[in-house]
Design a protein around this ligand. Structure first.
Ligand SMILES: *Cc1c(COP(=O)(O)O)cnc(C)c1O
Length: 357
């Protein structure tokens, strides 16, 4: 990460904090926001002065292009606090690069790295009281960019707003999930925007996921759009399979989001001496492995939940149940290792922690 340059960040502090009204033991994920937000507008071909202001509603014209053509990308990251009140981010340079990769695909101008880091760091310093200590607690950080030019011609906007808002979070998903393997719907296609964190990718998932929920399942495992034979992602997470003692995940391509958690889990598994394989994995392979008793675990990985284990999957009206997990499961060992790095309670051999100070 580059040192912060002087970006002329303007800070307007909130006159009072809302924090006393927050029940941190009963947080509804993503519904409570901290006292401040970061914003920076793109106009006349350049990013303008960045600002931190009190969190508040904003006014945007109904004709803003984001409402009509979905020109919007986002990121998801977290800040953690250790027992000495030190604040850490996890591989934030990955998120900074990725939002620009996503932006480029949606014809959105890239946001300068120094603005990103200065905005984020100052915002976290102002709102650090909102980061709760203790494993599983964090402050969820949502950087995003929207097209705000008031114009409804179907072409890229000439004005954008980059923002960062923050929401205190406990563990996102709890327990295991039952999943449906997609046989009809797809989340992304070759040459499409699946690799970008584009807002529209999520909109496209809600309806198929709601059908799965009606069947009593919680998530969809997305398969390749051509054949629906290969396993690609789990809901909004990357996906891993433990077959025997090997850990397998699909290779990145233009349909799959290049998850920071995914690449970190692959590295940590290797550090632990677990054999990993990055290759295509078919529905037929996991069905056979399940029938032979070789399919030990399936789990999703992502910033929100770190690791979300699957208890069963359904395909072709048939349900396949996974064994119960114990403390030695790969998912519990890898999650524990990740949490220890993130919360500064374990060693960090790859220098993934970044202290905010
Ligand atoms: C954000 C996201 C992930 C997980 O990425 P992380 O960097 O690990 O949080 C996986 N799949 C999709 C579709 C995503 O949007």
């Amino acid at each position: 990460m580059n040192p912060i340059n002087n970006t002329n960040l303007h800070i307007e502090k909130a006159s009072t904090s809302k924090i006393d009204a927050v029940d941190f033991d009963n947080l509804n994920f993503g519904k409570t926001f901290t006292d401040h937000m970061f914003m920076c507008d793109f106009e006349n071909g350049a990013w303008q002065q960045p600002k931190i202001v009190p969190y508040q509603p904003m006014s945007i014209e109904p004709s803003a292009r984001v409402f009509h053509y979905g020109q919007a990308v986002f990121e998801g990251m977290k800040a953690y606090k250790d027992d000495d009140d030190r604040v850490f981010l996890f591989r934030p340079d990955e998120n900074q690069k990725r939002i620009n990769t996503s932006a480029a695909r949606l014809a959105i101008p890239e946001f300068p790295e120094n603005y990103f880091f200065e905005g984020l760091t100052e915002l976290l310093k102002l709102d650090s009281a909102w980061i709760q200590k203790g494993k599983g607690n964090s402050l969820y950080i949502r950087p995003f960019v929207i097209a705000i030019e008031p114009a409804i011609a179907a072409s890229p906007s000439e004005a954008y707003r980059f923002m960062i808002i923050c929401s205190p979070a406990k563990a996102y998903y709890t327990g295991t999930v039952k999943v449906l393997i997609a046989e009809q719907f797809s989340r992304s296609a070759n040459g499409g925007v699946g690799y970008a964190k584009a807002a529209g990718n999520y909109a496209a998932q809600f309806y198929p996921t709601s059908l799965a929920m009606k069947k009593g399942l919680q998530q969809i495992i997305w398969t390749d759009a051509d054949t629906h034979e290969y396993l690609e992602e789990a809901g909004t997470m990357n996906i891993f399979f433990r077959i025997g003692d090997k850990l397998v995940t699909a290779p990145n391509n233009d349909r799959i989001l290049d998850g920071v958690t995914r690449k970190s889990i692959l590295q940590l598994a290797e550090d632990m001496g677990i054999t990993t394989e990055v290759r295509r994995i078919s529905v037929a392979e996991i069905k056979t492995a399940s029938e032979k008793g070789e399919l030990k675990e399936i789990f999703g990985t992502g910033t929100a939940a770190v690791i979300s284990p699957v208890s069963s999957f359904e395909h072709g009206e048939k349900t396949f149940t996974l064994p119960e997990l114990d403390k030695n499961s790969y998912s519990s060992r890898l999650k524990e290792r990740m949490l220890n790095i993130q919360h500064n309670t374990g060693d960090d051999p790859h220098s993934w922690r970044y202290e905010v100070k």
